[in-house]
Design a protein around this ligand. Sequence first.
Ligand SMILES: Cc1cc2nc3c(=O)[nH]c(=O)nc-3n(C[C@H](O)[C@H](O)[C@H](O)COP(=O)(O)OP(=O)(O)OC[C@H]3O[C@@H](n4cnc5c(N)ncnc54)[C@H](O)[C@@H]3O)c2cc1C
Length: 297
Amino acid sequence: MCCATGVCTLCPADAKFTIQNEMAHLYQDSRVSLMLESEALAVETEGGQATGVRYKQNGKELVAKADLVVLGANAIFNPYLLQRSNLTHPLLGKRLHEQVGQHVRVDLAGVHNFQGSTMITGHGYMLYDGPHRSKHAACIIENFNIPLYNLRLERGKWRQVAYFKFIFEDLPSNDNYVAISEKSPHLPKVVYPHHSADAQRGIDNLPTVLSKILAPLPVEDITYQYVTDTEGHIQGTTIMGNAPETSIVDKNLVHHQVRNLMVLGSSVFPTCSPANPTLTLSALSLLAADRLFSSQS
Ligand SMILES: Cc1cc2nc3c(=O)[nH]c(=O)nc-3n(C[C@H](O)[C@H](O)[C@H](O)COP(=O)(O)OP(=O)(O)OC[C@H]3O[C@@H](n4cnc5c(N)ncnc54)[C@H](O)[C@@H]3O)c2cc1C
């Protein structure tokens, strides 16, 4: 899969699962109305059932009546909207997490790099799954096929450098959460003081394992650059599970208490994998729609 950082606007391989490249035909159905410039404010409920969505359009508050409400507003706005709807639960908004990425630059002796076809040409699974996960976080390795920050500033060695990102899973923690902002209740408050000790141990362990992983390459020097502020993979704030006491939605992404309310997206991920989330969250959403449809037909 390529990256969503705006490198291309049209993916020829349909690697990006977006409404535009896969499902645009749905807007042609006369039963579908798309409400632009509208902000959902809360799910309206009555007697344990969702009855509609309160929303704001052109400064006016309106209600769209509904038999079924499906939230797909991501892992910050899904829990925020549920909290605004007075649907309380001790875990709602909690366990906010994402992967943690460590950038590494490797100077190569005599090998010219950057000859692949896409921005990220290779993924390494050497630290993905295995017994090491009992000691520290697993990780996926991304190999960048662009001189991410710099070519090598030495005559004749411009391309003798490789950039990698080591992306670690994180352990969800209740310390990281989304709540309604006390100062501005029309906005969510995101509290994320730290990633887990398990992810940090994975990062700290890199120098021990990296020489083995890079052994096939003529490595001249390794620089541990920095840990990214965010991977943009927001997860875990309305988790999925079988027990209503310890999760917000069930395995079909239906809210445990309000049975005609569904919550889609990576907010339902109970744990973190080192992998990018979007194909998984899309597959889960399609599966939930299939199951809903078959339960009603
Ligand atoms: C820079 C960047 C790069 C990424 N690269 C990758 C990648 O390479 N691979 C990968 O798998 N994932 C990647 N991701 C993650 C990916 O973007 C997300 O996993 C995906 O977009 C989540 O889809 P979603 O539909 O659940 O949420 P979103 O895409 O966030 O969509 C939620 C929508 O709800 C709308 N919304 C929110 N609140 C309200 C409200 N109150 N009223 C009305 N509308 C509302 C938002 O405006 C938004 O349009 C990347 C993310 C970033 C930021």
